[in-house]
Structures are given as structure tokens and as C-alpha cells.
Design a protein around this ligand. Structure first.
Ligand SMILES: [Zn+2]
Ligand SMILES: [Zn+2]
Ligand SMILES: [Zn+2]
Length: 248
């Protein structure tokens, strides 16, 4: 299986497109009756109760004690936003550490990094319930890793690599043998499925660009998706070139 590079290329942003979209989002938010809903995440962070039967008590215990792994947003990051006063209305709990955009239904889901064995809990789309896959796009907090053996320096704190059960979407922090990341033969703590190294894998990156300007990160995901679509269309033209004469 071949996956080309990072699905999320922050260097290839269309600046005009990004700034235009950001201003649209800000206008929409300005119309909301209440911009600050700090209780929102506290009530929605639990996985859907319909999946109760697939979870063991151990996972639930870990969830109950899960504390955010990333530090609170520094004031200077908020001040770097184009509209710092608007940005300051939103709490870390509301904003999370990043977003992933479901490749099936395009819903944007908030990512929050927690300490412990299940760094992003269940990565299932809040709209269509599908699990996060390698075709979904995410902000800087998660970037895709290639399959195969992966070597990495030993971390000082928690390992910043993880993989996602393809059956139930539970995220599992990778284990390390020396400097080799172990993605093989893991049994999912949520549903009992075994990984044969085939679960999508991610490096847990940085939340700073997103915390500074969540709307810009969202715009970049739109752009990344448009980029993917353009590449698919180009591929189609190349592969169909000799079988399909030009019309007109
Ligand atoms: Zn979805
Ligand atoms: Zn996907
Ligand atoms: Zn599972």
C-alpha cells in the first residue's frame, strides 16, 4: 500500500482562498446569539451510548480519568489571531487541539489529545459515525504515517504516535521497542479486534497553529481536499487519455 507523503501540506495554502473563507466564517460566528458555550464539550465528549456493548470497563475507566495532554493556550497565541478578542471568547475545551474532516460526509470533528493509552478516545464521525481513516484530513495535531516499520527517537514523555482501530475507531497510543514503534498484534481495548499493522497510523503533532486560529486550520482542510480532488481528476484524464477521444 502506497500513500504519498503527508495528506496535509500546510506549505501549499492558497492565501487568497484561505483569507476569504476565514472572513466568511467569522461573519457567521458574529451572528450567533451566544459565542461562548463552555459546557458544550463537557457534555459531548463521551462516546455515543449506543456503542456501550463494545467497550470494556478498562476503556471507560481510562476515559473517566483522561486529562488533556496539551497545555492551555498561551496568551501570545491568542493575540496572534487576526481578531484576538473574538478568538478569546472560545475556550480550549471548545476548540480542542485540532480538527479532522470526515472524508465521507465532510463533517468537521474536534480532536482533543488526552494523556494515557487512548490519546483521542473514539475517532468516529459525529455525523455519519464512520471511523477516521487515512483519506480523512486533519490539522497539524495528526499527520499520517506510512505503513511498515517505523523508527523514532525515544520520547521524553508520552509516545507521540498512535493508531486507530478500523472497526470501532478507538485510538491507541503506540508502544515502543527500543526505537521501533510497535503497531503490530495489538488487541483493541474497545472491540477486541486485532491489529496486523493495518490500522491507520498518525504522528501526534503540534496544536499551536490551530489554537491560534482555528478558522484558518479549517480553511486549510478545505484547500487540502480540493487539492486531492484536483489530483484525482488529473489521474483520471491521464488514464483515460487514449481510450476517450476529446469531444469538441
Ligand atoms: Zn462523517
Ligand atoms: Zn476517511
Ligand atoms: Zn476497536
Amino acid at each position: 500500500m502506497k500513500r504519498q507523503g503527508s495528506i496535509f501540506r500546510s506549505n501549499r495554502i492558497s492565501v487568497a482562498f484561505t483569507s476569504k473563507l476565514t472572513s466568511v466564517i467569522e461573519k457567521v460566528e458574529g451572528r450567533k446569539p451566544s459565542a461562548s458555550t463552555p459546557h458544550l464539550l463537557a457534555t459531548t465528549s463521551e462516546p455515543r451510548p449506543s456503542k456501550d456493548s463494545s467497550r470494556s470497563g478498562g476503556v471507560q475507566d481510562d476515559f473517566d480519568s483522561a486529562i488533556p495532554a496539551e497545555a492551555p493556550t498561551e496568551q501570545y497565541l491568542i493575540l496572534e489571531n487576526k481578531y484576538p478578542a473574538i478568538r478569546a471568547l472560545r475556550t480550549d475545551a471548545e476548540i480542542g487541539d485540532g480538527i479532522w474532516r470526515c472524508c465521507h460526509c465532510r463533517h468537521e470533528n474536534i480532536l482533543t489529545h488526552y494523556k494515557g493509552a487512548f490519546p483521542f478516545k473514539y475517532l468516529r464521525c459525529n455525523r455519519c459515525d464512520r471511523t477516521m481513516c487515512s483519506d480523512c484530513h486533519s490539522s497539524e495535531i495528526l499527520s499520517s504515517l506510512p505503513y511498515g516499520m517505523v523508527q523514532a527517537p525515544r520520547p521524553i514523555g508520552d509516545v507521540r504516535y498512535m493508531h486507530v482501530c478500523t472497526t470501532c475507531g478507538l485510538s491507541h497510543r503506540a508502544e515502543m521497542e527500543g526505537t521501533t514503534l510497535d503497531f503490530y498484534g495489538i488487541t483493541c481495548a474497545g472491540c477486541g479486534t486485532t491489529s496486523y499493522g493495518d490500522w491507520p497510523r498518525y504522528h501526534i503533532g503540534n496544536n499551536e497553529p490551530y489554537r491560534r486560529d482555528p478558522n484558518a486550520s479549517f480553511a486549510k482542510l478545505i484547500d487540502a481536499r480540493a487539492d486531492d480532488a484536483a489530483r484525482v481528476a488529473f489521474h483520471w484524464v491521464i488514464t483515460n487519455d487514449d481510450t476517450r477521444p476529446l469531444s469538441g
